[in-house]
Design a protein around this ligand. Structure first.
Ligand code: ASP
Ligand code: MG
Length: 468
């Protein structure tokens, strides 16, 4: 079994879908399952559709017809004229249903997360229906399934948590036993039958769930770049595609900003040891990046440098923290209750301060929650008022080769120091696979370039030593 996932740009229009078809036609695998994202930009358009409807802006109708035209155009290009009636009728029906939902939002002023998920789900429902029909007409008979019938989640509609056991059970028992299955990514269903979605970018995760359940030999994720890069090529032009990574390295790089892969995707693959390859639909000859439990040994200690911008650094400090158990627990609980994700934690060893990194957009909310939790301590001046600094960036250096390899952190820090870049906070996990530093955002771009040159230039000090 081979599972393949094609992202939004790979199904963006008829031309891209043709490219996808030619990739599939080359495959010899006896069984394949293809997961697709919504056509590129469609999820964003659906979000603005419900926003417009909810704010009584009738131009939602215009947006709706734009969306319909975009999908119809692809059909007209991919399906012979005489065969278009059936699929066009189905797509029209889906659009009338969507129009009804939007009219409801417009009239009732009701926009729950459940309704948002329901609207967002149309993107993948439409793209998968079109891709499936396009396959039929290009010699790829297949069966279209609805991933909502297989992926069971909780009621966190927009970022639903998957019940793995129930999901794997359904996939193993009830997926059709055919050579080629087409399935929408991103969409799922709660136990009580409501449409949910897996979070932005979640189609990668859908594919990895299918791969794990079906014990696939390989998962291929096709996008519009040649795999995972040593760093963001928009930040450092010398960046290049990495040939092989371990699951852990890929997870760290994905988590710290490499946009090619939705971070939760790796977890289901690890236990089943299913390798994952990241490929470029528009450059299929390129090897891409192979992610597995047994990456080939690499002379490169550092595999990648990632950077997340738009971060905030929040610090809780004060003498009242020293030797008092439970401060960290209360801090993290206050933040967790607001569903705020923490990217970064450091605590000074004197226990005088704890610093966390979080997204800039959630900074104020976190300050309020923590200030409320520690109101008494702040009033008694045991703690200082919570401090928040923006805009910050987290730059992370990732690589299994850093484990038990002294000097890498030192090299990185002195390089930044020598170049007048101030490091605001540092964290290194005990796994030694990642070192992350917090910098003022205006310095981040330069820091990434300096570090990339230092660790990835062809003749670095390390390779000279190796040669000698
Ligand atoms: N269409 C969804 C999004 O844009 C899911 C995906 O593309 O992976 O977030
Ligand atoms: Mg994606």
């Amino acid at each position: 079994m081979l599972v393949l996932k094609f992202g939004g740009t790979s199904v963006a229009n008829a031309g891209a879908i043709r490219q996808l078809i030619s990739i599939l036609q080359e495959k010899q695998n006896p069984r394949m399952l293809v997961v697709v994202s919504a056509m590129s930009k469609v999820t964003d358009m659906l979000i603005s559709l419900y926003q417009k409807a909810a704010s009584h802006d009738v131009s939602y109708l215009e947006l709706l017809s734009q969306l319909e035209a975009k999908h119809m155009e692809a059909i007209e290009d991919l399906v012979p004229m005489s065969q278009q009636i059936d699929i066009k009728g189905r797509i029209k029906m889906i659009f009338r249903e969507l129009e009804d939902v939007c009219r409801g939002v417009y009239l009732l002023d009701e926009l729950s997360d459940s309704t948002k998920a329901r609207v967002m789900a149309y993107g993948e429902r439409l793209s998968s229906a079109i891709v499936s029909v396009a396959f039929q007409h290009h010699g790829l008979p297949n069966e279209l399934v609805d991933s909502r019938d297989y992926i069971v989640t909780d009621n966190t509609y927009l970022n639903a948590k998957v019940n793995l056991k129930a999901t794997y059970g359904l996939m193993q028992e009830q997926l059709p036993k055919v050579e080629l299955i087409v399935a929408p990514g991103f969409i799922s269903r709660s136990q009580d039958g409501k449409t949910t979605v897996l979070g932005r970018g979640g189609s990668d995760y859908t594919a990895s769930l299918y791969a794990a359940a079906l014990q696939a030999d390989l998962l291929e994720i096709w996008s519009d770049v040649d795999g995972m890069y040593t760093t963001d090529p928009r930040k450092a032009s010398a960046a290049y595609s990495i040939e092989e990574l371990s699951y852990e390295e890929a997870m760290e790089l994905a988590y710290f900003g490499a946009k090619v892969l939705y971070p939760p995707t790796i977890a289901p693959l690890v236990a089943a040891k299913i390798p994952l390859v990241l490929k470029n639909t528009f450059n299929p000859a390129h090897k891409g990046t192979l992610i597995s439990s047994t990456p080939a040994p690499s002379p490169q200690n550092v595999k990648g440098i990632s950077c997340i911008d738009h971060m905030a650094v929040l610090t809780v400090s004060g003498s009242g923290m020293v030797g008092v158990p439970g401060v960290a627990m209360r801090l993290f609980k206050a933040v967790a209750q607001e569903c705020i994700n923490i990217y970064f934690i450091t605590q000074s060893s004197s226990e005088q301060s704890i610093t966390i990194g979080l997204s800039e957009a959630e900074g104020e909310k976190a300050v309020q929650a923590i200030t409320q939790e520690f109101a008494d301590d702040i009033a008694q001046e045991l703690l200082n008022p919570v401090s928040l600094e923006t805009p910050m960036s987290i730059v992370a250096i990732v690589g299994n080769g850093m484990i038990k390899q002294p000097g890498i952190a030192g090299k990185a820090f002195s390089l930044l120091g020598d170049n007048g870049i101030n490091i605001r906070a540092i964290a290194q996990g005990a796994t030694e696979r990642i070192i992350s530093v917090v910098l003022n955002s205006p310095d981040a771009h330069r820091a990434v370039n300096l570090l990339h040159d230092r660790f990835f230039l062809p003749i670095s000090e390390d390779s000279e030593v190796a040669l000698a």
